[in-house]
Design a protein around this ligand. Structure first.
Ligand code: AMP
Ligand code: MG
Length: 330
């Protein structure tokens, strides 16, 4: 394992991160969702490095992180009332708003698109970094393209090693799955990716139904069939089918890890991770659990997802993508 960098006092750590970002380097930083791989959103060369390090196709746009919602009209060319309302209700928080792109945002950030995705993360270190940097920081999740997102500084160091210039360590991520993405650039509001803010919460703030579009005309990594995937094969099961699924996998000679809510009877898999505390706890520990089971060299990860409401919808979405047939890029 790589040696950890000596821990700096927080002020020095922030100053170092700001200086590196201004030099066009890459800084991984904690948010409440997952760790981001950040670069100065207004420096096209720095943005190109993100795509290179991640192995991410350049057509897949990045989210720009800012310290405050006053940045919306600076980075977007037109901010509709629905965006203002959602930003006021949920920022800082796990909600990304897609608005028309302002001239300050280079096309390389948006994968050539006329829209830009913007978010104010709810993490004290991220907010300090963004305030002191004084601009937008474009950041996808700090992992290689298609792999499991990092929810701790150690995950980032293990995945990206020396390819990231600095890792700001803020402990484990509170939400644990990526932000909800909402497109407010069209006539009606559209949910592009479920996340930490539920559909019901969005609709209650807007007072209107929100359309869900899982297959966007925009090609987004979060919408590729196989994404967020560990090395082991992921199989989803209902609680009542668990014993039969396990028996079938055992018959194939597979070493099986199980990831299940506490309420479910333990099936007797080779390794079992039990999650207490409902969908929130499942979301918070999901990626670390997938990594832990990979580290146990299981062939298959058998998962009973939490009920699909609230953040449970996002957990199920990520698990379905992790279970999808693998494309060569993942
Ligand atoms: P990640 O790489 O996990 O941070 O994911 C970022 C997500 O934001 C991806 O699914 C992107 O495609 C999505 N995104 C960023 N910009 C836009 C945009 N302009 N329109 C639609 N989705 C976007
Ligand atoms: Mg990602």
């Amino acid at each position: 394992m790589r040696q950890r960098a000596p821990t700096l006092p927080v002020d020095d750590d922030i100053q170092k991160s700001v200086r590196l970002l201004k030099e066009g380097r890459l800084v991984a930083f904690p948010t409440e969702t997952v760790y981001g791989l950040g670069a100065d959103a207004e420096n096209p060369d720095a943005i190109r490095r993100i795509f290179k390090v991640k192995g991410r196709p350049s057509s897949h746009p990045l989210i720009v992180h800012v310290a405050h919602r006053s940045w919306l009209p600076k980075l977007g060319s037109w901010v509709p009332p629905s965006a203002e309302r959602l930003a006021e209700a949920f920022w800082p928080g796990p909600l990304t708003l897609v608005v028309s792109r302002g001239a300050r945002v280079p096309l390389v950030v948006t994968g050539g698109q006329a829209t830009v995705a913007i978010r104010v993360p709810n993490h004290p270190l991220a907010l300090r970094l963004l305030e002191e940097f004084g601009g937008g920081v474009a950041a996808p999740s700090a992992n290689r393209f298609g792999a499991v997102s990092p929810t701790s500084a150690d995950h980032v160091r293990l995945d990206l090693g020396a390819d990231v210039d600095h890792v700001l360590d803020g402990g484990s991520c509170e939400v644990g799955v990526e932000s909800t993405i909402v497109d407010v650039s069209r006539d009606s509001v559209v949910l592009l990716r479920p996340g930490g803010i539920s559909l019901e919460a969005l609709e209650s703030v807007l007072g209107t139904p929100v359309r869900v579009e899982t297959e966007s005309p925009v090609r987004t990594p979060g919408q590729l069939p196989s994404h967020y995937a560990p090395r082991a094969r992921v199989v989803l099961a209902k609680a009542r089918d668990l014993p039969a699924e396990l028996a079938a996998l055992r018959a194939e000679g597979a070493r099986v890890g199980a990831l299940i809510p506490l309420e479910i009877e333990r099936p007797g898999a080779d390794i079992e991770l039990v999650v207490a505390g409902g969908a929130e706890a499942f979301a918070r520990t999901l990626y670390a659990s997938l990594r832990a089971l990979d580290a146990e060299r299981v062939d298959v990860i058998l998962v009973v997802p939490p009920p699909a409401h609230g953040v449970g919808v996002a957990v199920t979405d990520r698990l379905l993508r992790a279970a999808a047939p693998r494309s060569p890029s993942t």
